[in-house]
Design a protein around this ligand. Structure first.
Ligand code: NAP
Length: 471
């Protein structure tokens, strides 16, 4: 097994999860007194940044986003080295992070513009106040891609931003932030490094005004507790246990393809991964066979090698969580239909695993797996049973409904409690750019995309006139 991240003498030490090779150079942890300086600098810079006209801020952010393009290859390689993502997926993550600059920045501008109400007499104008200093706390699973989702709308709204990447992927976070910050005034966008305790110091500071965090529900709850002291605004993008419902009238080939692809993408370490698959019982055996045939085409290995479709798990700890869930489900009556090979040599590799006959009381159906397990069970074919099973979770991030009957799909989708429902598709990829990204229930609250999301980083203020407004 590859040893996980360690902090020694004020430095973060990481190893490549596929090979165990140390990643150089070690990264210095930001000290408490440095943190105080970073926060003070962010507050000082916010005054001028917030005063800049919206269009000028957006123009500078566009330049910053363009400065990421020349380091795309370096970023791609660093993602793979730090967290084991296969090269093609790392490349896609960087491409998406860069492409946000065009469409997104236009929408962030539109969302934050003044809105005039009334006509001629007694007009009101809704303007938006930035919150001040926003801390963006990032996860390791999309260590470049998740940062702009929160940082760009926060900056566009006139806040200054401090980013804390995960200690698991500190170099990726620093590379992305440095490029984006290169076009912005000093102090507008800064990066700090360290583990959860550094995140906690930021959350606890009275001089930070909002926390925008992507990570586990457990950490989200802790951040919420700490933020209660001074009612900090929060955007919490948390975990998922996302269901996929497959009715007998679905295109079963397409459903099986999506079930496998979206269970093993990024080795299953995706917040909206397909984690629970419910198949109408009359087609269960047929569907399972299709899934096994497709799973056999996956190749687990060194993430930079040609032909490899899935890399290692990020850490030994993550691997143990998945192993334990699979073991527990088999001990409680689940069947293992397939398990892939893994390479020799000690990387954190977990096999692509196909399970069936899972029951709702099993650990694997209740807790986020975050691993490459295709987890199946049957439902009776009624819409009621599909909805009941899909909603039988503390989470509510995304969900997926597969059927040839779009009216039925719409009825079922409207009853599932989650932020997105992909109908015969993977919604993360297929959603329109103006769709919000938000969790229901234990998957968090506060969105980061769509007009609602782009307005999450400012508060509206009404300027109320008894005359026409001077705009
Ligand atoms: P995590 O352990 O909760 O960590 C997330 C971030 O919070 C990291 O930067 C972490 O620092 C920091 N942190 C840990 N303890 C903290 C504390 N007490 N106060 C402040 N910050 C603290 O999550 P992860 O393992 O990195 O990411 C995987 C999770 O993220 C999964 O549950 C996944 O579903 C979720 N996720 C959700 C979305 C979404 O859009 N909803 C997207 C991606 C991932 P260190 O890592 O340095 O400890």
């Amino acid at each position: 097994m590859v040893q996980g991240v360690k902090i020694v003498d004020g430095f973060i030490l990481n190893n490549d999860p596929a090979t165990g090779d140390p990643i150089d150079p070690p990264v210095a942890v930001t000290t408490p007194s440095e943190l105080v300086d970073v926060i003070a600098k962010a507050n000082a810079a916010q005054v001028a940044w917030g005063d800049l006209p919206l269009a000028e801020r957006i123009a500078l952010l566009r330049k910053g986003a363009a400065a990421v393009e020349p380091i795309a290859q370096e970023l791609t390689e660093m993602i793979t080295k730090e967290m084991g993502k296969i090269s093609s997926e790392a490349k896609l993550e960087v491409k998406n992070a860069i492409e946000l600059k065009g469409l997104w920045l236009d929408m962030i501008q539109e969302a934050n513009e003044d809105v005039k109400l009334g006509d001629g007499e007694a007009e009101s104008v809704i303007v938006r106040d930035p919150l001040g200093v926003v801390v963006v706390i990032a996860p390791w699973n999309f260590p470049a891609g998740e940062i702009p989702l929160l940082a760009l709308p926060a900056l566009g709204a006139g806040n200054t931003v401090i980013v804390k990447p995960s200690e698991v992927a500190p170099r990726t976070g620093a590379l992305y932030v440095s490029a984006l910050a290169s076009a912005l005034p000093d102090g507008v966008l800064q990066v700090v490094q360290g583990d959860g305790s550094v995140g906690e110091q930021l959350v606890s500071s009275d001089d930070v005004h909002m926390i925008a965090m992507t990570g586990s529900s457990a950490t989200g709850k802790r951040i919420m507790e700490k933020s209660a002291k001074n009612l900090k605004r929060l955007v919490l993008e948390l975990g998922g246990k996302d269901p996929m419902v497959v009715f007998a009238d679905a295109d079963l080939d397409k459903a099986a393809e999506d079930a496998v692809a979206n269970s093993v993408f990024n080795a299953g370490q995706v917040c909206c991964a397909v984690e629970r698959i419910y198949i109408e019982k009359s087609v269960k055996a047929e569907f399972e066979q299709k899934v096994v045939d497709l799973a056999k085409k996956q190749k687990v290995g060194i993430p930079t090698e040609e032909g490899v479709t899935m890399g290692p798990m990020v850490s030994q700890m993550q691997l143990e969580i998945v192993k334990n869930q699979v073991k527990d489900s088999i001990a409680n009556g689940a069947k293992k239909l397939y398990e892939s090979d893994v390479p020799e040599g000690g990387g954190n590799f977990f096999p692509v695993t196909v399970l069936t006959d899972l029951t709702q009381d099993m650990l694997i159906q209740k807790t986020e797996t975050f691993g490459p397990v295709i987890a199946m069970s049957a439902f009776d074919g009624t819409e009621e049973d599909a909805v009941k099973l899909a909603n039988d979770t503390e989470y509510g991030l995304a969900s997926y409904v597969y059927t040839g009957d779009l009216v039925k799909a719409s009825r079922v989708a409207r009853k599932i409690k989650s932020g997105q429902v992909g109908i015969n598709c993977y919604s993360l990829i297929a959603a329109q750019p103006k769709c919000p990204w938000i969790g229901h229930k234990g998957s968090g609250f506060g969105s980061h995309s769509g007009m609602d999301g782009f307005r999450s980083f400012s508060v509206p203020k009404s300027l109320v006139y008894t005359t026409s407004a001077p705009l």
